[in-house]
Design a protein around this ligand. Structure first.
Ligand code: PSU
Ligand code: MN
Length: 304
């Protein structure tokens, strides 16, 4: 396979690859299905700027007319943010989207796949998908977890999304052999809150040490990613009890409306935002920014 048959690498990213500059991959489902307009576009641009101000090059990933885009123009970001027909593309959808020349935003799973094709090792998102509450009946487990077990990309997040079953998500990651690192914390953060009541496997206090763990894992040919969990800064976190109340109510609404499959995560995020009167969205924006900055530092120490 000739990579260029499928990949469109933005000139800034191409230049960074050539000159061995640090690159941070960013996903696009957050733009089209994770946030309302115009916060989605503002956040996408702000996150790219955060990567740049931390001395790395951003590569926001999406699929446009069947092309795998590594690095987007502002016009392409605008398209993803405003067109409500943009599909949410995960691993299962990827080959179909490409061969049928469709457009779509990429989840953590599919962003990892495309980042890896472009040899980008570090990727920042908000919160990963995981095992949903009630998964023992619904089997709803995000493809993000399987991807972390197969694809060699470091994912920097603020923990699993709080709408999930955090304990089961950790169990799944353990089974799949995915290391879960806490950046400057031994407690796993839970997206909107810096605390979850669960511990991470390892606390690491420096970006350099994380880069060394990546090098070591892949030198040893241990397949798969590393999950770096970076707590939302305390000043922006939401109170766990208040959040859980909103999440429980959102889950009840989703049940009533029979929302399932790939619609559930976007539905819950938007419902929780409604119930918290925009507080959860504010927190989501802050935590992504925080993750982008850390990812840039890790990428600087790790140049593939
Ligand atoms: N992080 C956010 N908001 C989001 C997501 C991550 O702050 O909307 C997206 C990611 O693309 C992730 C997806 O892969 O949510 C999870 O969807 P699912 O549960 O259907 O796998
Ligand atoms: Mn799902």
């Amino acid at each position: 396979m000739k990579l260029n048959d499928y990949l469109d690498i933005h000139p800034d990213v191409e230049d960074a690859i050539k000159n061995k500059l640090p690159i941070v991959a960013l996903e696009s489902t957050i733009i089209s299905h994770g946030m309302p307009y115009p916060n989605n576009i503002e956040t996408a641009i702000m996150v790219e700027d955060t990567v740049r101000s931390n001395n790395a090059i951003p590569a926001t990933i999406a699929i446009i007319n069947g092309r795998l885009k590594v690095g987007l123009t502002n016009k392409e970001i605008d398209f993803l943010a405003t067109n409500n027909k943009v599909r949410k593309i995960s691993r299962r959808d990827l080959a179909i989207a490409v061969s049928k020349k469709l457009s779509g935003s990429t989840t953590v799973a599919s962003t990892m796949i495309i980042a890896n094709l472009a040899k980008i090792a570090v990727f920042a998102t908000g919160g990963i998908g995981g095992v949903h509450r009630g998964a023992e009946k619904t089997f709803d487990i995000s493809a993000d977890l399987e991807e972390l077990s197969k694809t060699n990309v470091c994912v920097v997040c603020a923990g699993p999304k709080a709408i999930l079953d955090i304990g089961l998500t950790l169990e799944y990651l353990e089974t799949k052999g995915v290391p879960v690192i806490g950046y400057k914390t031994s407690e796993l953060p839970a997206f909107y809150s810096s605390k979850s009541g669960f511990n991470v496997d390892y606390r690491v206090d420096a970006a350099l040490d994380i880069a060394e763990i990546l090098k070591t894992k892949w030198d040893l040919s241990i397949k798969g990613g590393v999950l770096v969990t970076n707590p939302i800064p305390i000043a922006f976190e939401l109170e766990l009890v208040m959040m859980n109340k909103a999440i429980n109510e959102a889950i009840m609404e989703a049940d009533k409306e029979k929302i399932i499959g790939k619609e559930i995560t976007p539905y819950l995020l938007s419902k929780v935002n409604e119930l918290t009167e925009g507080k959860s969205l504010d927190a989501n924006i802050k935590l992504i920014q925080n993750n982008a900055a850390l990812a840039a530092k890790i990428a600087m120490h790790y140049i593939k």
